[in-house]
Design a protein around this ligand. Structure first.
Ligand SMILES: [Zn+2]
Length: 476
């Protein structure tokens, strides 16, 4: 068992003796346990365990439905269900002798029907404490089961002994934060302007260490909370290095919309891309990364994208589709035509176009290389021993890399668009045999390699230096 320093032992003891749960705690717990109810279905009849109302519903078992009486949405279970358990995590901030402490609780509701009496039991227990200081010190009690990999919170009456938490497994640190004491607790701390209390009232689950980190370190946190963009405040690190105003510039007019739906960072990015304050569209698309969506929208409209995904009943490899569209566009397919934009067998069509794309792309690259090499022919240079000349085609590059066992082939595209020039140094007597491959940028040698990426010999290097000085530099 890890040794607890005296200071912390005393603080833990002090808390056990003096820290009582706040006044509104029971109400807070009760509010959370409201979600821990079920709709019990027998034939067509549904029974709401929250308000005891009986109603009819066509919804199936394991779907959610709204109780028409209490208006809450619950999971439907069959009436022969024997046991069900709900779990939620709650967090409570305390100020203990000037130290900020986060207390973590598990709220568990068990639903027991072994005796056909729908017995529901709520229980909430504390299992961990984080002490904030220069570093965060974490303690757990005997309720935490310490099996490797598995974490389990036992709902024992007695918390047992507090001990240092050793991080063999992950501890749950995300939870619903008790909001009503925060302003008072944080009054004399570095969080006094943070507005965490406002955020806590408007968010459900938060990663507590992340919240405290953002509130302390990110300048934009407080501003985003004041703007009532609580979910964005929790990602305020994304707003730190850039100008906040700039990030909002293109979508300023959507601010009321963003506030209304308390949009997440991913939703925020999608909004910027689709430039349309439509929460249904945004929610539909939010499972995809914003950057891949952004690329797809270069090829087809957002409405057509959604139409296609719906056609496929939501099943789509979005990266594959993005590549498919890229190839189709390159190959001049009419993407306004659904026949091309909405392939029936995406994988098959993708592979087909990829092949065509590669062939055509290679042809295009080859054309450019031939054109460039003609411009570079003026740099051909020789002495009694060596000759140097530019690569004249895509095939030349392939052949060179085959003989040299290196990857000059992958320079083909750069060479074609003129980012670099590729030359071959060869023996004047054996001009078909690869010897040294040379990369040139802005009339200076940037790389020269022989077989297996080795450096050229002294005599080869001297030749290259002469060439660089007398030919390349003179051109410049
Ligand atoms: Zn109800």
């Amino acid at each position: 068992m890890a040794y607890i320093r005296k200071k912390y032992r005393e603080l833990l003891q002090y808390m056990d003796d003096n820290c009582h749960l706040p006044k509104k705690w029971d109400k807070f717990v009760e509010k959370q346990s409201k979600y821990h109810n079920l709709i019990i279905k027998k034939a067509e009849k549904c029974y709401c365990t929250n308000c005891k109302h009986i109603f009819e519903s066509k919804k199936k078992v394991n779907e959610e439905t709204k109780c028409p009486n209490c208006k809450n949405k619950y999971l439907i279970k069959r009436s022969n269900l024997k046991y069900h358990e709900f779990k939620d995590y709650l967090a409570l901030l305390e100020n203990v002798k000037g130290k900020l402490v986060v207390r973590y609780f598990e709220l568990s509701t068990t639903y027991n029907n072994y005796n056909n009496d729908y017995k529901i039991t709520h229980s909430v227990v504390e299992f961990a404490r984080d002490f904030y200081g220069e570093i965060v010190q974490t303690f757990i009690n005997d309720r935490v089961s310490r099996g490797l990999g598995n974490k389990y919170i036992h709902h024992y009456e007695d918390a047992g002994i507090w001990r240092m938490f050793s991080s063999y497994y992950e501890l749950i640190r995300s939870g619903i934060l008790y909001p009503y004491n925060l302003k008072k607790i944080l009054k004399d701390t570095e969080y006094k302007y943070s507005m965490i209390w406002e955020l806590a009232k408007h968010t459900v689950y938060v990663d507590i260490p992340n919240l405290l980190y953002c509130a302390k370190n990110n300048k934009s946190f407080e501003l985003l909370v004041k703007m009532k963009l609580y979910n964005l405040a929790l990602k305020s690190n994304y707003f730190e290095n850039k100008d906040l105003q700039l990030q909002f510039k293109s979508i300023k007019q959507y601010y009321p919309f963003m506030k209304k739906y308390n949009i997440s960072y991913n939703q925020f990015e999608i909004l910027k891309i689709i430039n349309e304050p439509d929460i249904n569209k945004i929610r539909y698309l939010q499972r995809f990364s914003a950057s891949v969506l952004n690329e797809i929208l270069n090829y087809i409209s957002v409405d057509r994208l959604i139409k296609y995904i719906k056609q496929r009943r939501g099943k789509i490899d979005i990266y594959l589709y993005k590549d498919y569209l890229k190839f189709a566009k390159f190959l001049d397919f009419d993407l306004k035509n659904n026949r091309y934009a909405f392939p029936k067998n995406l994988k098959e069509e993708h592979d087909k176009l990829e092949k065509q794309y590669k062939v055509q792309n290679e042809q295009l690259i080859n054309k450019s290389i031939i054109k460039r090499s003609k411009e570079l022919d003026g740099n051909i240079y020789k002495d009694k021993k060596f000759i140097i000349f530019p690569a004249h085609s895509y095939n030349d590059l392939k052949e060179e890399s085959k003989q040299q066992h290196h990857c000059v082939r992958s320079y083909a595209e750069d060479y074609a668009i003129g980012t670099c020039d590729i030359y071959f140094l060869r023996d004047i007597e054996k001009q078909n045999e690869a010897l040294v491959t040379v990369e040139v940028k802005r009339n200076a040698i940037t790389q020269s390699r022989t077989k297996y990426n080795k450096e050229p010999s002294k005599i080869q290097s001297d030749f290259l230096k002469k060439w660089e000085k007398n030919i390349l530099r003179k051109v410049a």
